[in-house]
Design a protein around this ligand. Structure first.
Ligand code: HEC
Length: 105
């Protein structure tokens, strides 16, 4: 699946995207795990020090929110700490979101 290929190359530097996956495994991820993130409450990974901005965002990760966040993290949630992932076309982001919806624990 194309979205998986993109996520496991562009997001794994900072996030675990599949449990048990060692794709891009690093001992110092700078972001929270995003395994099974679709439908989850925002900023809810145990033990991760989220920004105040993302902690205050509230609600759950829907398709629209994931799309907007990946496209422009700091415009979607002003004050959040995820840098914009460069060189992703909107079609790439749609594929990544479609993939994230399929990832279970
Ligand atoms: C350079 C590191 C970095 C990269 C690359 C990165 N992220 Fe993030 N991401 C972060 C950080 C840091 C946070 C926490 C932001 C905060 O607390 O404000 C975050 C938060 C998130 C969240 C919210 C998680 C939650 O628990 O609510 C999602 C969803 C997310 N990222 C998806 C992605 C996706 C999808 C990609 C690849 C397209 C990606 N990120 C690439 C650093 C990164």
């Amino acid at each position: 699946m194309r979205g998986r290929e993109l996520a496991t190359t562009r997001c794994v530097k900072c996030h675990v995207v599949e449990s048990g996956s060692d794709a891009g495994a690093s001992s110092d991820y700078s972001g929270p795990p995003i395994v099974a993130i679709f439908g989850r409450p925002v900023a809810a990974a145990d033990g991760f020090a989220y920004s105040r901005a993302l902690s205050a965002f509230g609600g759950e990760w829907t398709e629209d929110r994931l799309f907007a966040w990946i496209l422009h993290p700091m415009l979607t949630v002003p004050g959040a700490l995820m840098p914009e992932v460069k060189s992703l076309a909107e079609g790439d982001i749609a594929d990544i979101v479609a993939y994230l919806k399929t990832v279970a624990d």
